[in-house]
Design a protein around this ligand. Structure first.
Ligand code: CA
Length: 222
């Protein structure tokens, strides 16, 4: 799952990126409203964490522009205390939730998870495909009774495949939801992670759980 953090205070942006990455999210940062709006309208994020007091464009403007572009991505506004009217304006402009600064990390993460559980996106924390079980909240993966020790990216890749069980996912879709902007899109990053994931899943035989569909992408489960 990939999150955009729009935040001009570097310390807070860094803290959010580190904290969300520790929870297995890929995170991009935009440091002003204009860039935030542009990133949000040109990438397929799963969630946006948006500061309201931003240089160039306000959070309110960013919200409006994202919704005008037709994107339904959940938006969580995180901002210093504003009046009730500001909150109403933000919610009317298309924000889904509001959290006051200073915030407690646990509350932010709980709100992020709650927004991601909306029917259109995620339905549950525990995913299964055949004998593979992934608990996205606890960060645990098992095949049968065996605990698998995955790297962060392997975990994120498997989670994305499992959330889209039976669906062919192109390289572009995988890059967009599992990696942040710093990835070199011409590298063989996805291929090498699929390979290491297959090894750890012991998925090397004929009837593979993760299927490669030549020229189209990857799919888990038939
Ligand atoms: Ca700010």
């Amino acid at each position: 799952m990939r999150i955009l953090v729009v935040e001009d205070e570097e310390k807070i942006a860094r803290f959010l990126k580190d904290s969300l990455e520790a929870e297995y999210f890929a995170v991009d940062i935009a440091s002003d409203g204009d860039r935030g709006s542009y990133y949000a309208r040109t990438n397929d994020y799963d969630l946006i964490v948006l500061d309201n007091m931003l240089p160039v464009k306000s959070g309110l403007q960013v919200c409006e522009e994202i919704r005008e572009s037709g994107r339904t991505v959940p938006i969580l506004v995180v901002s210093v205390k504003t009046g009730a009217q500001d909150k109403v304006d933000l919610l009317n402009a298309g924000a889904d939730d509001y959290l006051s600064k200073p915030f407690i990390l646990e509350e932010l993460l709980a709100r992020v998870r709650a927004l991601l559980r909306r029917p259109a996106t995620i339905e549950k924390d525990i995913l299964t495909v055949e004998d593979v079980m992934l608990d996205s909240r606890a960060g645990v993966v098992k095949r049968g009774d065996i605990d698998l020790h995955l790297t962060r990216k392997e975990f994120m890749l498997l989670e994305y495949l499992m959330r889209n069980k039976g669906i062919i996912l192109s390289r572009g879709m995988i890059l967009e939801h599992v990696w942040d902007m710093s990835v070199d899109i011409f590298s063989n990053t996805i291929e090498s992670h699929i390979l290491s994931l297959r090894k750890k899943l012991n998925d090397m035989g004929k009837e593979r759980l993760i299927q490669t569909l030549s020229g189209r992408g990857y799919r888990i489960g038939a």
